[in-house]
Design a protein around this ligand. Structure first.
Ligand code: MG
Length: 411
């Protein structure tokens, strides 16, 4: 029997949350982004009115303002987005315990065994859309299909506030004309390589000899071929409430490659700020720090190190991340993407080995300072406070993974 899988995607999530809280924002073109005055902010999300001005995610506020001078910019409130994400996922969990979050605003649901109780996939999708609109005040789009890959394509197919059903009967009609890059994990670079073989659409990919694809793309080729043909069998993971956080990390792909000490340090700074903040919120410290660097050739190198003393201090994490990077990376080589994660976590104050007194005292001062910075930023936006070595130039990101934590399920 085929599975029934839903992929639910919150539309313009950050902007929708802001509009849900301040309804007056619904009537003006608005976007969530960094500080406009300082010209370094980028657009993280926009509402429907802003979309009409062709405002795009990841462009600079300065570019966006040129298209729409009256654009209202709201600073991001990440705590709020995490709270809304939890609320939305709580509703999903009323329909199945197989809910797998993919980032802060997307989730897969396997509702195969819920159909007797709540109706078929389409009915459940429409129920969820109505409930989330009425109870939370934001809209979602839902893809319903027999595998995760097609369900995800479905949620993207029609939005906002829509349901798209992709079945064994209609998938060739709906999925095959879509560009290859739309396929999960295909990515732009793979799309370019496939384009050289004359493979432009998902249909082209499905109809290409599998062995040829494997020769061309290796193992990735085999997987993409399966995805295109609707043969994905990956299960929706059961994320029960009994989960514990295994690592806290964040990664960014930079719109422009980072070159040289100054730019790379800036990139690290942006990422470690969110990593440290989240560790503190979860009440954990990390024993191990892991850095992953992707170059322009898309090759990834990584390095990790034990820290001696568990920490969630931004400065320690930042300095260590930079040291680790320097160990494996030539600073003259451009960096395309960076990710930093703290692993081997312990609960704050739960038997951490104390280091020398002096160090502790310094840590405490640093901790107080960072706490102050965080509360100021929470009230006035990220760019309201800057430490000396952080960005005076723009570092733009094309992809953000905010609020994603790797989790392991307690057995
Ligand atoms: Mg979304």
């Amino acid at each position: 029997m085929d599975r029934t899988i839903l992929h639910c995607d919150c539309n313009g999530f950050y902007a929708s949350v802001e509009c849900a809280i301040s309804p007056e924002l619904k009537n003006v073109p608005m976007a969530v982004g960094g500080s406009a005055e300082e010209r370094q902010g980028i657009i993280l999300a926009k509402n429907e009115l802003a979309k009409k001005y062709d405002i795009k995610t990841a462009e600079t506020i300065w570019q966006a303002r040129r298209k729409c001078p009256e654009l209202v910019i709201v600073p991001p409130h990440h705590d709020l987005y995490e709270e809304y994400s939890r609320k939305v996922n709580d509703i999903y969990k009323e329909y199945t315990d197989l809910v797998e979050a993919f980032g802060i605003d997307e989730s897969w649901l396997d509702v195969t065994n819920s159909r007797a109780l709540f109706g078929d996939g389409e009915t459940i999708a429409n129920t969820l859309r109505e409930r989330i609109k009425n109870e939370i005040g934001i809209t979602i789009s839902v893809g319903v299909s027999f595998n995760k890959v097609f369900a995800k394509l479905g949620s993207d197919y029609k939005k906002p506030d829509a349901t798209t059903i992709i079945t064994r009967e209609n998938f060739k009609e709906i999925v095959y004309p879509l560009p290859v890059a739309d396929l999960l994990y295909a990515g732009k670079k793979t799309a370019v390589r496939l384009g050289k073989l004359g493979i432009k659409t998902i249909g082209d990919l499905a109809n290409t000899d599998r062995e040829l694809l494997c020769k061309f793309l290796g193992k990735n080729g085999e997987q993409l071929s399966e995805f295109a043909r609707g043969e994905d069998t990956d299960p929706v993971k059961c994320i029960t409430d009994e989960t514990e956080i295994k690592s806290v990390g964040n990664g960014l792909t930079f719109k422009q490659d980072l070159v040289g000490e100054e730019q790379i340090k800036r990139g690290i700074h942006i990422i470690t700020e969110s990593v440290a903040t989240r560790m503190k919120r979860y009440g954990v410290k990390c024993n191990t720090l892991r850095v992953q660097i992707k170059g322009t050739d898309f090759k990834t190198v990584s390095r990790q190190r034990g820290l001696g003393t568990p920490t969630n201090l931004e400065k320690t994490i930042r300095d260590t991340a930079y040291e680790l990077l320097c160990e494996v990376w030539d600073l003259k080589k451009p960096v395309r993407a960076l990710s930093i994660a703290g692993a081997n976590l312990i609960h704050d104050n739960s038997g951490a080995q104390l280091s020398l007194f002096e160090e502790n005292e310094q840590d405490e001062k640093r901790e107080n300072l960072e706490e102050t910075i965080r509360s100021l930023r929470k009230r006035y936006g990220f760019n309201s406070v800057k430490t000396a070595d952080v960005l005076d130039k723009e570092v733009s990101v094309s992809e953000t993974h905010i609020g994603r934590a790797e989790r392991k399920t307690k057995k």
